[in-house]
Design a protein around this ligand. Structure first.
Ligand code: HEC
Ligand code: HEC
Ligand code: HEC
Ligand code: HEC
Length: 232
């Protein structure tokens, strides 16, 4: 009897330790340990052998690109100017533009993603390298995305992807789509200057998808993410 109580106490002590460990992890929930944590303790295979900073791969507090439409951006932009764009006979969005602009002053939020995800720019290409550890060699010398997360740099690279960089246009009338959720009712997803961008569906810093993958703003379970915008 006595031993039983003792071992129960030991077990709950162990559980408490586990809980503390996990809440430590939860406190740090977000980018830490994900594939976007490219630091030495990062979660993917593409990561640095020395760099301890995490935000540096995308942001810097000083000497960022001088533009007011990208958030203290520190990653070299891609030189690709044409990715093609999704088109279809049923698409009634009016403002379809190309995301491929290499001038950061004119870049759409989607260009920030493509600065790594078109596979042409090394992930450790900075505008302003970190002061604490300026050298950022990558594990195995792998500094570009080559797998399925590489959307490609061909002139039709985005033709088979959900359209981005166009105005979200719910409503009835010419050029408007009555099956879209009204802008004021959107939850979870995010528009940028009223446009749909990669980061409308993805949050590069965290994921709510049960699989913990793909940095989604809203879960894909039951296609909840799709219903967030489409009344279908
Ligand atoms: C892999 C690239 C990447 C990394 C690493 C990254 N960010 Fe971001 N961040 C982005 C992109 C892209 C945007 C713009 C899209 C958006 O709204 O999330 C952004 C936007 C932001 C914004 C402004 C929009 C918002 O969500 O409030 C803040 C603040 C921010 N990041 C902070 C951080 C901090 C702090 C870190 C490090 C802990 C970090 N980011 C690491 C890519 C990154
Ligand atoms: C600094 C470079 C960089 C930037 C900027 C960046 N990513 Fe990534 N991203 C990566 C790397 C590296 C991986 C891991 C690829 C691999 O393992 O092959 C990745 C993986 C992903 C994945 C796959 C996650 C998984 O679990 O499979 C998604 C989705 C993604 N990124 C979306 C985005 C989006 C959307 C943006 C812009 C809002 C963005 N990324 C900006 C470097 C970047
Ligand atoms: C309409 C929502 C939506 C938009 C817009 C969007 N994505 Fe995604 N993306 C998803 C979903 C959902 C998945 C997960 C798909 C799956 O698991 O089959 C995904 C998967 C990914 C992956 C992982 C692919 C893999 O196989 O490893 C990457 C990388 C990615 N997206 C990058 C981007 C980039 C870059 C953009 C902008 C050019 C973008 N996404 C625009 C919804 C979106
Ligand atoms: C952030 C809002 C948003 C999210 C989230 C979103 N979409 Fe869309 N999607 C749009 C908009 C806006 C259009 C353009 C609609 C139009 O005007 O015809 C569109 C277009 C489409 C089209 C093309 C329609 C055509 O006529 O060719 C399909 C198919 C589609 N979305 C499916 C999806 C699926 C599947 C998901 C979930 C993985 C999803 N969407 C998530 C906003 C979104």
């Amino acid at each position: 009897m006595h031993t039983q109580i003792k071992s129960r106490a030991a077990v709950s002590g162990f559980l408490l330790a586990l809980l503390v460990t996990f809440s430590g992890g939860a406190l740090a929930a977000g980018i830490l340990g994900t594939k976007h944590d490219l630091s030495v303790t990062g979660g993917g295979t593409i990561k640095s052998t020395t760099q301890t900073e995490i935000c540096i791969f995308c942001h810097t507090p000083h000497d960022a690109f001088k533009t007011d439409n990208i958030p203290l951006w520190n990653h070299e932009m891609s030189q690709i100017t044409t990715y093609g764009m999704y088109t279809s006979p049923t698409l009634d969005a009016t403002d379809l533009a190309d995301v491929g602009v290499d001038d950061p002053a004119h870049s759409a939020v989607s260009n920030l993603c493509l600065s790594c995800h078109d596979g042409t720019v090394a992930v450790n290409s900075f505008n302003n390298p970190s002061n604490t550890s300026p050298n950022t060699p990558m594990v195995g010398g792998v500094d570009k995305i080559t797998g399925s997360a590489n959307l490609g740099a061909a002139a039709d690279a985005l033709k088979n992807d959900h359209p981005v960089n166009f105005t979200y246009n719910p409503g009835t009338g010419a050029g408007l789509d009555s099956t879209l959720v009204p802008t004021a009712s959107l939850t979870g997803v995010k528009l940028y200057n009223n446009k749909v961008q990669c980061a409308s569906c993805h949050d590069p810093h965290t994921s709510v998808d049960p699989t913990g993958k793909a940095f989604l703003r809203v879960s894909m379970s039951g296609s909840t993410l799709c219903f967030a915008c489409h009344n279908k």
